[in-house]
Design a protein around this ligand. Structure first.
Ligand code: ADP
Ligand code: MG
Length: 331
């Protein structure tokens, strides 16, 4: 009976929203959240849509996790890594192939700073594991033999890894955020915030017409401790940082962003890189890649791209902005 009342209430709220042409009574937002993709995820629809749409959007994370997960034995990616090839037959195989094609383009664009074949290294370092430790150098050398995105071939209805193993951790959240955005826009959503653990995508502006404000977190600080706030509408803001998944050994910090050249965590004086651009996929790929490139090279790289800005945090917690990035800050 209570459920029925809730459904009726929800129906009335939704109906009221629609009569207003997606401008429902002030303050009616729909939020759904959960734990997926190894992180906290949340979707909020501002002043339009329905609870069902918000839940559906969050549910998409689990759907894609079943395709892209590196560690779940039931995922498509797992099957591909184990077999070394995959015949593209099902809808899920197609989705994996499409995502890989895009990811490989970013690997190329960043000249391998982003390299989705880092998997043998991520398995070795096991940052998400119970008690990670620095792997033996020989094992790192062996793993490096297989790290080269150019080994991956997609064509003739088949994905071939040619000895490589894939990890989509640096790219998947951005890709999924874009798929959620597509879904929400298809449902007529004009104002929403998609949060996939440090990966933020805003649809439109806030219902009051103002920009969304997204914080650049203080590395190692609490989630609400921000170094600066960025104003964003219709944009994605994605951060890669050393503080996400890391461990200390002999007083040294080892974190999860790996240099595909050396097999070791990048040690270049950066604590985080935040990318602002329209496409969340691009943001995710570049936040990791720019971290690997280091501040100087990454600044040149980002300044050469249209519609992409970056904010770096160095080891003194100093903020460094690419051209135009400071315009996004709340002064
Ligand atoms: P997060 O997953 O915390 O949002 P990133 O987007 O920077 O952070 O992704 C880091 C993850 O990507 C690592 O946990 C690892 O699985 C993978 N990875 C690490 N280094 C690289 C690299 N150079 N290229 C591609 N993937 C990487
Ligand atoms: Mg990334």
């Amino acid at each position: 009976m209570r459920k029925l009342k809730e459904i009726i209430l929800l129906f009335l709220i939704t109906a009221a929203s629609c009569m207003n042409g997606c401008a429902p009574p002030k303050g009616v937002d729909y939020t759904a959240d959960g734990y997926s993709l190894n992180t906290y995820v949340k979707v909020t629809l501002y002043g339009c849509g329905s609870q069902r749409i918000a839940e559906e959007a969050v549910g998409m994370c689990s759907y894609y996790e079943d395709i892209f997960s590196r560690t779940s034995a039931d995922s498509k990616l797992y099957e591909l890594n184990e077999k070394g090839f995959l015949d593209i037959k099902t809808e899920e195989d197609k989705k994996l192939a499409e995502a890989l094609e895009l990811a490989l383009r970013y690997c190329e664009m960043t000249e391998g700073a982003l390299d989705i074949t880092v998997e043998p290294l991520t398995s070795l370092w096991d940052f998400g594991g119970e008690s990670p430790s620095v792997p033996e150098r020989g094992h790192i050398e062996d793993a490096l033999e297989h790290v080269d995105y150019r080994n991956v071939e997609i064509g003739d209805g088949r994905i071939e890894l040619n000895g490589a193993r894939l990890d989509l951790g640096a790219f998947a959240k951005g890709y999924i955020a874009e798929r959620i955005k597509e879904y929400l826009e298809g449902e007529g959503i004009k104002s929403a915030l998609i949060y996939l653990g440090g990966n933020v995508l805003c649809i439109g502006k806030k219902p009051d017409g103002k920009d969304f404000r997204i914080g650049v977190q203080r590395p190692f600080g609490e989630a609400d401790d921000v170094l600066c706030a960025l104003k964003a509408s219709g944009l994605s803001v994605v951060t890669s940082g050393v503080y996400e998944r890391a461990f200390y050994e002999d007083g040294r910090l080892y974190h999860h962003i790996l240099d595909p050249e050396t097999g070791f965590p990048c040690d270049n004086g950066l604590l985080s890189v935040t990318i602002i651009a329209e496409d969340s996929c691009l943001c995710d790929a570049l936040s990791t890649a720019c971290f690997v490139m280091g501040q100087e090279k990454a600044l040149r790289f980002v300044n050469g791209l249209d519609g992409v800005c970056a904010v770096f945090v160095d080891s003194d917690y100093k903020l460094i902005y690419s051209e135009g990035a400071e315009d996004f800050t709340d002064k």
